[in-house]
Design a protein around this ligand. Structure first.
Ligand SMILES: [Zn+2]
Ligand SMILES: [Zn+2]
Length: 342
């Protein structure tokens, strides 16, 4: 089969002809890929940023945002059958450890992460995953339309879902960054809460899109944006700030926009938060970390997607054009999400 493999860091991957993955355990599932999202994390992998944390042996296949059709199942698989349309949780978990039993798939101590850890990912014709990672979809769902919800979508949904009890009517939520993840977060907030949604971004086009998909107010990043958010919240700041940027100073803006007894949800990464401890005490303010999401998060998000309440803008490329997709993403030429279709 054809597959996009990283051979060395700091250079383009290659499209290789390699053997198809095989069932290796009773709960394994082989999926015929219908769509594989191209993510900024793939660019970071090629830059070698994940080499130390994940230590994959090169060459390996990237691609961690995958959906398709079940092609083959191990002897113990009962939840999906050959031919089913599925989207895949990006990190197959064991189901037996304490974290799994608490529903916290991302904290599983025996998990693997195809396309990121030492396992082949989904920028290929077929992928090996496990029964626990498969979310069954309506048979008429086109995998290429939803694939990116497997990572970008689940991450945005997870943060919003955690914040729902904090966002009762009368509250205000700020979404900082209305790009790939943020534009999904806005739609999730609109679908799950009655909070006032304020979107902060430097790009006027992103703000215009935000208005169409659920933002009540938009604020352009211009140096006065923190004051503008304060004005919209009676001088106090927001109840919850979702920081999808979290670098280049945005992480400190997010804290300044968070009101007393409020919560800063960190979803983007790259920056550094330095805050006087008195700020936590005097304001009783909180910072919450977020990593991808749970199996149930993905299943719930797919209910919203299949009801048309969360939609993803995509640009499709054939698998052979994987390098074009990666280069376009790197150069900022992709509106929405690039998807490879084998
Ligand atoms: Zn991703
Ligand atoms: Zn586990």
């Amino acid at each position: 089969m054809r597959a996009v493999r990283v051979h060395e860091y700091h250079s383009d991957p290659k499209i290789d002809d390699i053997p198809e993955p095989m069932i290796s355990g009773p709960l394994d599932v082989i999926v015929k890929i219908g769509g594989a999202g191209v993510c900024r994390t793939d660019l970071h992998i090629l830059e070698g940023q994940w080499a130390e944390a994940m230590g994959p042996q090169l060459p390996y296949v990237i691609g961690h945002e995958n959906a398709g059709w079940v092609h083959e199942v191990g002897a113990g698989v009962t939840n999906v059958a050959v031919g089913d349309t599925v989207i895949l949780h990006p990190q197959p978990s064991c189901g037996l450890c304490r974290a799994c039993r608490a529903g916290k798939d991302m904290q599983c101590t025996n998990a693997f992460f195809p396309g990121l850890s030492n396992d082949d990912g989904g920028m290929a014709e077929y992928l090996r995953t496990t029964a626990r990672a498969c979310v069954k979809l309506n048979p008429d769902t086109n995998p290429a339309d939803v694939a990116a919800l497997a990572d970008a979508g689940i991450t945005a949904y997870h943060a919003v879902r955690k914040a729902v009890p904090l966002l009762y009517p009368g509250t205000t939520a700020v979404v900082q960054g209305a790009g790939g993840l943020g534009h999904i977060g806005i739609q999730c907030l609109a679908a799950l809460t009655a909070t006032k949604i304020v979107v902060v971004d430097k790009n006027p086009d992103a703000l215009a899109l935000a208005k169409q998909i659920g933002a009540d107010e938009t604020v352009q990043v211009d140096g006065n944006h923190v004051a503008a958010v304060k004005d919209l919240t009676g001088g106090e700041g927001a109840n919850v700030v979702f920081d999808f940027v979290a670098e280049q100073g945005a992480e400190n803006d997010a804290w300044a926009m968070t009101g007393p007894d409020g919560y800063q949800f960190v979803i983007g990464y790259g920056g550094e938060v330095r805050i006087p401890t008195l700020d936590f005490v005097a304001g009783e303010k909180n910072i919450i970390g977020n990593i991808v999401g749970t199996y149930n998060d993905l299943a719930e998000l797919m209910v919203l997607a299949q009801a048309g309440k969360v939609t993803l803008h995509t640009k499709q490329y054939p698998l052979e054009s994987a390098l074009d997709a990666l280069h376009d993403l790197d150069a900022g030429r992709v509106r929405g999400r690039a998807i490879l279709v084998p």
